[in-house]
Design a protein around this ligand. Structure first.
Ligand SMILES: [Zn+2]
Length: 437
């Protein structure tokens, strides 16, 4: 039996066994590459998925893909111009969706077992959901043409707005103002947009509806709708995401869904993973500590990242540094030989620790190293015969340098290749590399 911390009840709860478990994860906004903090939260969800499978729970995993919001519209306009259409938006976001799927594959998230649902594929269902909220009095169309969710009406009927943040969340807060943007601070508690009316900044990207008018959905409504579609109206057993989604995103998902299907019928269990810090700070492009997977110039980057992320608990902040990546890389290089040999005590899984709120670090510390590379934890070892892209790139640069008789540069490149753990030989057939053992 798996016990997990529930953000809603603020305590450990047993996940009950039944026919299957509905597992939902908030997916990426596909306007750029996913950063390594995003990847950590998907790896944590994947560890949960694998643990559920291992314990015989039969999870069904659904993830939304946010392909419509301010950022994706901006990206589509930058690429296709100020007359960009929905088609253009879908083409623009398809590229980053494919890159996201590649990244998930590289860090060994069980992506082939996830049902991905793009927001632009379920527009009619989103419009219908909003219409149902209007019919029940929980949504209203304002003077600006957009449709908003009424927190006041919800609070009057349910009295639990914001409990995911804390019991006293709403105390002393003024309700009734409106906010059109998707992301806002707790201090600015406001009715949020379910359907945003079309503006000049949106190019030709909009969907039309006889009551709602020309526009597009707000961010929060998509997840209420995709939970419903993905699990065919059944409640969601476990909903995962990063802690930064607790407010406003998950708080608003609960309000929208409970308004239609009743208290306690939306999500039973909330699973939130903590932030990843880089060099001790929150990741930010301006701070120079912002990384996506392909920025990590390390021959074992993806394998090392997964291995590094197994070292800390999902509810603890983790600090990522270049040194920690190198240490994981070295560990992996060292384990390659070990794994080639037969060992008797392979996969002595400490699953007891996993059952206690997915305590992976404890499970690893008490068991045979090989366990880390089991199906259960999903760390992988690289294929030794394969030459990593980065090494290949350096070899090509060195060839060019030698052709130009720039031997100083050629020597520097040799040092770089060796520093990454590869041996370089100049043979009559050209340069050859092999992994140092
Ligand atoms: Zn979501």
């Amino acid at each position: 039996m798996l016990k997990l911390y529930n953000t809603l009840s603020k305590k450990l709860e047993v996940i009950e066994k039944k026919n299957h478990i509905n597992l939902y994860t908030c997916g990426p906004t596909v306007y750029n590459y996913a950063h390594i903090g995003n990847l950590r939260s998907y790896i944590m969800a994947d560890l949960l998925y694998r643990a559920l499978k291992y314990e015989g729970y039969k999870p069904r995993w659904v993830m939304n893909i946010t392909d419509i919001d301010d950022k994706t519209i901006k990206g589509a306009i930058a690429k296709f111009g100020s007359a960009a259409t929905v088609e253009n938006l879908r083409e623009f976001t398809k590229f980053y969706l494919d890159e996201f799927l590649k990244d998930l594959g590289e860090v060994n998230v069980s992506k082939d077992e996830i049902t991905f649902i793009r927001v632009t594929d379920v527009m009619a269902q989103i419009q219908q959901f909003i219409m149902d909220l209007i019919d029940k009095g929980y949504a209203y169309k304002a003077d600006d043409g957009s449709t908003y969710f009424s927190i006041e009406k919800y609070q009057k009927d349910f009295g639990d707005y914001g409990v995911l943040v804390g019991e006293k969340f709403i105390e002393g807060k003024k309700v009734g103002a409106r906010v059109a943007v998707d992301e806002y601070e707790k201090e600015n508690l406001s009715d949020f947009a379910l359907w945003k009316s079309h503006s000049l900044n949106d190019a030709n990207i909009f969907w039309d509806h006889p009551v709602l008018g020309k526009g597009r959905p707000g961010w929060h409504i998509e997840c209420s709708v995709i939970n419903k579609i993905g699990f065919k109206g059944e409640p969601t057993d476990i909903h995962t995401g990063g802690v930064d989604l607790i407010f406003p995103h998950h708080t608003n998902e609960i309000a929208q869904s409970q308004a239609l299907i009743g208290k306690g019928n939306f999500v039973h269990h909330w699973f939130h993973s903590e932030h990843l810090l880089v060099d001790g700070k929150k990741m930010a492009k301006s701070a120079g500590n912002f990384f996506v997977l392909k920025d990590l110039k390390h021959p074992f980057a993806a394998w090392s990242l997964r291995y590094a992320f197994l070292q800390s608990h999902y509810r603890s902040q983790q600090n990522f540094t270049k040194d920690s990546l190198d240490a994981s890389g070295n560990r992996i290089a060292g384990l390659i030989n070990y794994m080639k040999e037969p060992h008797n005590s392979e996969f002595v899984a400490d699953t007891k620790s996993l059952d206690e709120d997915l305590n992976v670090p404890k499970a690893i510390s008490g068991s045979n190293e090989a366990f880390v590379f089991s199906e259960l934890l999903g760390a992988k070892l690289p294929d030794l015969e394969e030459i990593p892209e980065e090494i290949d790139r350096l070899i090509k640069l060195r060839l060019a340098a030698r052709n130009e008789k720039d031997f100083k540069k050629s020597d520097e490149l040799r040092k770089q290749i060796e520093a990454l753990g590869y041996e370089l030989m100049d043979t009559p057939d050209g340069q050859k590399v092999r992994k140092k053992m």
